[in-house]
Design a binder for this molecule. Structure first.
Ligand code: NAD
Ligand code: DAU
Length: 333
C-alpha cells in the first residue's frame, strides 16, 4: 500500500507514522507537511530513513495532485489545531482546514483514491455536565473558529462522498495526549512548566471536562477504520477518559511531588467549551477496537517521563510559546 499522510510532522501524525512503520512494514509512507510552527522534522527522525518526506502545503493543488496520483490511500491529519490561536488569528484555520481539505478532496476524486479524514469531537460543540456523550448523530454546533473550520471540512467530505462517490471515512476523536505534543497544549504546557519549576496554569476555575485518549489508541482506531470501516461512515473515537482540567493538574502535581494546590488560575478562554464526551460504541461494536491505555494516570506518568527524557525536542519552543500566551493577555487571576 502507498500511503500519503498529511501533517505527519505534527503530534498525532508523527505518532501515526511511527506506529505504521513499526506495525506495517509493507506500507510505503509519504508525509506531506508544511512545517508550520507546529510541525517538527525531529518528530520523524527515528523513522526518517523509512519514509519519504515532502515539504509543502495541502492547499497547493499541483503538488497535492501529483502526490495523490501516486497513492492508494490518503490520511489527512494536517490542520491548524489550537483553539487559542484560532481566536487570535483565524485566517490560517480557514485556509488550511477548509481550503486544504477541499484541495485534497478534489485530488482524491480525480484519482479515485481512498481518503480518511481526521477530525475532532469539537464539531459537536459542548455538553452540559449531565448530557449524554456525543454520537455520530449529534448535530454539528461548533463554538470556536478552529472547530467551525473543522466542521466545515467534515461537511465538505460528506458532500464529496454523496455527490461524487469519493471513497472516504471520517473520524472525530476526543483530546489526545502522549509524546511529541506541542508545548502550547494543556498537558505538555503543564508538564514542561513543572520541569522548569513554574506553577501550572489553569484557565478560569478549571471545571471544564475533556475526554482524554492516548494518541496510540487514536491511531490504532484510525487503522481499524482503514482496514474495516464502511465508506461514507463517521466513527467517533474516545476511550472513556473524562476528567476535569483541575483533576488533570492535580495528577501532574502529584507526579512531581508537589502540593495539590500549587497552581495558578489564569484568564479564561473566551467561549470556552464546558465538556466533551465520546460514545465510541460504533467503533467498539462494529470494528472491535479497544483502547490499550485504560488507566489515564499511568498514561500520563509515561508522558511525563517522555518530556523529562526529551527536553531537546521541546525546549526550543517553550519560551516562544509562553511569550505568545503573555502577548495574548494571559494573566494570573
Ligand atoms: P498539530 O498542530 O500538532 O500538527 C499539525 C501538523 O499539520 C503540523 O505538522 C503542521 O506543520 C501541519 N500543517 C499545518 N498546516 C499545513 C498545511 N497547510 N499543509 C501541510 N501541513 C500543514 O496537530 P495535531 O494535534 O497532531 O492534530 C492533527 C489532526 O488531528 C488535526 O486535524 C486535528 O484537528 C485533529 N485532532 C486533534 C486532536 C488533539 O487532541 N490534538 C483531537 C482530535 C482531532
Ligand atoms: O477535543 C479535541 C480537541 O482537543 C482537538 O480538536 C484540538 O486540536 C486540541 O487542541 C484539543 O482542544 P482543547 O481546546 O480541548 O485542548 P487544549 O490542550 O488547548 O486545552 C485543554 C483544556 O485545558 C481546555 O479546557 C483549556 C484548558 N487549558 C489549556 C491550556 C493551554 C488550561 O486550563 N490551561 C492551559 O494552559
Amino acid at each position: 500500500m502507498r500511503l500519503l499522510v498529511t501533517g505527519g510532522a505534527g503530534f498525532i501524525g508523527a505518532n501515526f507514522v511511527h506506529q505504521t512503520v513499526t506495525d506495517r512494514p509493507d506500507v510505503r509512507v509519504t508525509v506531506l507537511d508544511k512545517l508550520t510552527y507546529a510541525g517538527n522534522r525531529a518528530s520523524l527522525a527515528p523513522v526518517a530513513d523509512r519514509i519519504e518526506f515532502v515539504h509543502g502545503d495541502v492547499a497547493d493543488p499541483d503538488l497535492v495532485n501529483r502526490l495523490v496520483s501516486d497513492a492508494d490511500v490518503v490520511v489527512h491529519f494536517a490542520a491548524e489545531s489550537h483553539n487559542d490561536n484560532s481566536l487570535a488569528h483565524p485566517m490560517p484555520f480557514v485556509q488550511t482546514n477548509i481550503v486544504g481539505t477541499f484541495t485534497l478532496l478534489e485530488a482524491v476524486r480525480a484519482h479515485d483514491v481512498r481518503y480518511h479524514h481526521i477530525s475532532t469531537d469539537e464539531v459537536y460543540g459542548d455538553l452540559e455536565f449531565d448530557e449524554p456523550a456525543f454520537t455520530a448523530d449529534t448535530p454539528y454546533n461548533p463554538s470556536s473558529p478552529y472547530s467551525a473550520t473543522k466542521a466545515s471540512s467534515d461537511l465538505l467530505v460528506r458532500a464529496w462522498v454523496r455527490s461524487f462517490g469519493v471513497r472516504a471515512t471520517i473520524s472525530n476523536c476526543s483530546n489526545n495526549y502522549g509524546p511529541y505534543q506541542h508545548v502550547e497544549k494543556f498537558i505538555p504546557r503543564q508538564i514542561t512548566n513543572l520541569i522548569d519549576g513554574v506553577r501550572p496554569r489553569l484557565y478560569g476555575a478549571g471545571h471544564q471536562i475533556r475526554d482524554w485518549i492516548h494518541v496510540d489508541d487514536h491511531n490504532r482506531a484510525v487503522w481499524a477504520i482503514l482496514d474495516r470501516g464502511r465508506i461514507g461512515q463517521t466513527y467517533l473515537i474516545g476511550a472513556d477518559g473524562e476528567r476535569d482540567n483541575k483533576a488533570v493538574v492535580e495528577l501532574l502535581l502529584r507526579e512531581f511531588g508537589r502540593a495539590a494546590d500549587d497552581f495558578d488560575h489564569v484568564t479564561d478562554r473566551p467561549g470556552h467549551d464546558l465538556r466533551y464526551a465520546i460514545d465510541a460504541s460504533l467503533l467498539r461494536d462494529e470494528l472491535g477496537w479497544r483502547p490499550h491505555y485504560s488507566d489515564f494516570a499511568d498514561g500520563l506518568a509515561a508522558t511525563v517521563r517522555w518530556y523529562r527524557d526529551n527536553e531537546q525536542w521541546w525546549r526550543p519552543q517553550k519560551s516562544i510559546t509562553e511569550a505568545a500566551y503573555a502577548t495574548a493577555g494571559e494573566q494570573v487571576l
